[in-house]
Design a protein around this ligand. Structure first.
Ligand code: SAH
Length: 372
């Protein structure tokens, strides 16, 4: 903030174009890209292989400005939640999840979310704005810096995987998302493989095609229901892109995806979508899409009317899917003690949609579900 041009907003092509506009050679753009993203450098003065005159020019005209970390909390299970100030009274969150052999960073793409899924805390906050590319990649930049990346750390101590599953709907902020994804994949920046970067969407079908065409990475789709009536109530965007369209977009995606399956996320809501019949109908729905299931125990938040499915219910649901030959995992709930679990990321959002004045749509959704 405060600088006219934030160099974190550019991917390699954008930075080269910007340098060309300054009358500078493209290879300087590559050098600066490496300093910024591979070395985590934000001080032009330290970029020792770049001519002093160029460093001075960049210093006066531009900046390397990630969102400021305003809080950094460690959970009992080693999950670590970062809160970033993105100005205007808004804050967004990222969560680092160390596991055996890998470290996953869950990144936000919007301040708030406009899609209003019935069971999601971010959605209840309303929507303020899209994050810039620099604010999206800046979360990774900051976390790498805090973790001390590059110092030969074991995979679980650094960011080896990124999931776009934080606050917001990534595909509703496509341009900035794509710029940030290209940086994640670029060997001169973060060099992550396409299989280790996952975009999660609530199902913006036309944008799934765009992602396939412009920047295919691993895809997760938040399904949560086996039929349109229930999904309309839980994930309102389904009214615009119903399941038939969504499944077709998933099949088209797989023709060019780096992985040969889509991950379907399914939040387990007691008495709402967790019966044996739901599981069987889910298999019918997804039968011709190579997929895996990731069942997410619902994480409650203040004011939410839903409850988490009981463990036996969850196990039975998973068993039906597994017996049908579909790989099914249950997401471990981590970081609950610091409100870092799925769907609990609330950050701080100045709602511009005025939705927060209306009755919570979760209540509406429950009525709709009950009346089915
Ligand atoms: N907008 C994207 C990514 C954000 S959320 C999407 O919808 O996919 C990542 C996952 O957490 C989604 O599957 C989302 O549906 C799920 N989720 C949201 N609220 C939740 C909650 N309270 N408990 C468990 N999972 C939740």
């Amino acid at each position: 903030m405060g600088v006219a041009v934030n160099l974190l907003d550019f991917d390699a092509a954008g930075l080269m174009a910007y340098f060309a506009g300054l009358g500078e050679k493209p290879f300087h753009a590559r050098q600066v890209l490496r300093w910024m993203h591979r070395c985590g450098q934000d001080d032009f003065g330290a970029m020792s292989d770049i001519a002093r005159s160029l460093r001075e020019k960049l210093g006066t005209m531009t900046g390397i400005v990630p969102p400021a970390v305003v809080s950094d909390r460690l959970s009992d299970d080693d999950t670590r939640k970062f809160v970033f100030d993105v100005g205007g009274g808004n804050a967004v969150e990222a969560v680092f999840i160390p596991e055996e052999q890998r470290g996953t960073l869950c990144v936000s793409t919007q301040a708030g979310c406009a899609l209003d899924c019935a069971f999601c805390s971010t959605g209840k906050q309303g929507f303020n704005r899209n994050l810039t590319a620099g604010e999206i990649i800046g979360q990774l930049w900051q976390v790498n810096r805090v973790l001390g990346a590059g110092a030969g750390l074991a995979a679980e101590r650094r960011v080896s995987n990124v999931v776009l599953m934080g606050m917001g709907e990534p595909l509703a902020n496509f341009e900035n998302l794509a710029t940030a994804l290209r940086l994640m994949l670029d060997d001169n920046a973060y060099g992550l493989s396409r299989r280790r970067v996952t975009v999660s969407t609530c199902g913006l079908a036309p944008m799934i095609d765009r992602l396939r065409d412009e920047c295919p990475v691993a895809l997760a789709v938040s399904l949560h229901a086996p039929d349109d009536a229930l999904r309309d109530a839980l994930v309102p965007i389904n009214r615009k892109y119903p399941l038939r369209e969504l499944m077709a977009a998933c099949r088209r995606y797989l023709r060019r995806a780096p992985r040969d399956f889509v991950t379907f996320e399914y939040v387990m809501l007691a008495g709402v979508n967790d019966s044996e019949d739901h599981a069987r109908r889910l298999l019918d729905l997804t039968g011709d899409v190579p997929c895996k299931f990731n069942l997410i125990p619902f994480n409650p938040f203040p004011g939410s009317p839903f409850r988490r499915s009981s463990p036996p219910r969850l196990r039975r649901f998973a068993e039906i899917l597994i017996d049908a030959g579909v790989v099914t995992t249950t997401r471990k709930t981590r970081g609950g003690d610091i409100d870092a679990a799925c769907g609990q990321l609330a950050g701080r959002v100045r709602d511009k949609t005025r939705r927060s004045g209306r009755p919570p749509s979760a209540i509406t959704a429950i009525h709709e579900v009950r009346s089915l």
